[in-house]
Design a protein around this ligand. Structure first.
Ligand code: NAD
Ligand code: UDP
Length: 349
């Protein structure tokens, strides 16, 4: 509440993995939340627990189209733009839509924020750094993106979205925040979205082969979703404009093979590792420099990888058990083990 008035936040992409956790955090903070989502990669299931909350509504629409009246007729305080498929197979499955989502969607939501005098936050990405030649990546680095490759619809779309966002700010039209989000994981990721954490965990739990692309020596830095959402909330709330983008991610860097080793140990899985070709333009190294977030927001990740992976494994074990009741025994073992010491054999039918 602000001056006795309910504050309203729009979350575009709020039915997705990160967006649904952000809706939870905003509601917990007292906001009314209007989620705008086309449900392409998001799921109603991610929001089912909010169905009875009178302060929450889902408006099914595409951000490429003009913002629907169900959203624009409200007074609005904050606009979060998280709308965009984030996993490489998903954003590459309809590259034109991905590009337009970032460009037209961001323009439409910036215009909404301008009309409502609302603050705007863009969920940008570490992909704006491409396959980086500078390591770790600070916000001052301009990046190394292939503008014509299969990842460009996402990378260049987000770069254009950042450009638009800062153009609106420079013109004094909207107060903006831009978060460059690094690889984030946790409950409500889709089992089928093709990202490394969801793939490896679901494969390990099912006793299937673990797919490692390329040598597995490429690195990423994985941030647990609760930490990331805390960073987004702080960035939106910070009074002074950061005057540029802010990296949000966990600086603990590991190779894909190291990630697989951790997941195998935590699940007790005996899955085999199989090599698959490295996707085109797959970045070789990625680690955020988070000094700006530390100094501006007092933010740094708190959840250790092992703890985050345990919660994520429990989430996928639960989903697998719900999909196939025969797995329930393995799921119980996985939960009761707390340390998730259940053998993958136990969850394999
Ligand atoms: P997600 O696919 O789970 O969520 C994206 C949501 O946006 C989905 O609910 C989807 O249905 C919706 N959406 C997509 N296109 C839309 C459109 N045109 N109109 C309306 N809704 C649309 O992905 P996520 O991992 O939750 O990512 C959320 C945001 O964070 C994305 O913008 C992504 O680029 C950014 N990001 C995520 C990560 C990560 O590791 N998860 C890393 C960097 C940046
Ligand atoms: N990856 C992998 N096996 C998989 C899925 C992904 O080895 O089953 C690799 C992928 O090639 C990349 C890293 O893991 O090097 C992270 O991939 P993800 O799609 O999760 O995110 P992004 O490439 O966008 O950082």
């Amino acid at each position: 509440m602000k001056n006795g008035k309910q504050r309203t936040a729009i979350v575009a992409g709020g039915a997705g993995f990160i967006g649904s956790h952000l809706c939870d955090a905003l509601l917990a903070d007292g906001f009314r939340v209007l989620c705008l989502d086309n449900l392409r990669t998001g799921r109603r299931d991610n929001l089912r627990h909010l169905a009875r909350d009178p302060r929450f509504d889902l408006v099914e629409a595409d951000v490429i189209a003009p913002v629907p009246a169900a959203i624009s007729r409200n007074s609005v305080d904050l606009v979060f733009n998280l709308a965009c498929a984030a996993s490489p197979p998903q954003y590459q499955s309809d590259p034109e839509h991905t590009m337009l989502t970032s460009v037209l969607g961001t323009r439409n939501l910036l215009a909404l924020a301008e009309r409502k005098a609302a603050r705007f936050l863009l969920a940008s990405t570490s992909e704006v750094y491409g396959d980086p030649e500078v390591h770790p990546q600070a916000e001052s680095y301009w990046g190394h993106v292939n503008p014509t490759g299969p990842r460009a619809c996402y990378d260049e779309g987000k770069r254009a979205a950042e450009t638009l966002t800062f153009d609106f700010e420079r013109a004094g039209r909207v107060e903006v925040r831009v978060a460059r989000i690094f690889n984030t994981y946790g409950p409500r990721m889709r089992a089928d979205d093709g990202r490394v954490v969801s793939n490896v965990v679901t494969q390990a739990l099912a006793g299937d082969d673990i797919t490692v692309y390329g040598t597995g020596e490429q690195t990423r830095s994985f941030c647990y979703v609760d930490d990331l959402v805390d960073g987004l909330m702080r960035l939106m709330a910070c009074r002074t404009s950061p005057d540029g983008p802010v990296n949000l991610g966990n600086p603990v860097e590991l190779t894909v093979r190291e990630l697989v080793t951790r997941v195998l140990a935590l699940t007790g899985s005996r899955s085999r590792i199989v090599r698959k070709p490295l996707p085109v333009d797959d970045p070789q190294r990625r680690r955020p420099d988070i000094e700006r977030a530390r100094s501006l927001l007092g933010w740094s990740p708190r959840i250790a990888l092992e703890d985050g992976l345990r919660k994520t494994i429990a989430h996928f074990a639960e989903e697998q058990a719900a999909a196939l009741p025969a797995l329930a025994v393995g799921f119980r073992a996985a939960r009761e083990g707390a340390g998730l010491t259940a053998k993958a054999g136990a969850v394999t039918p």
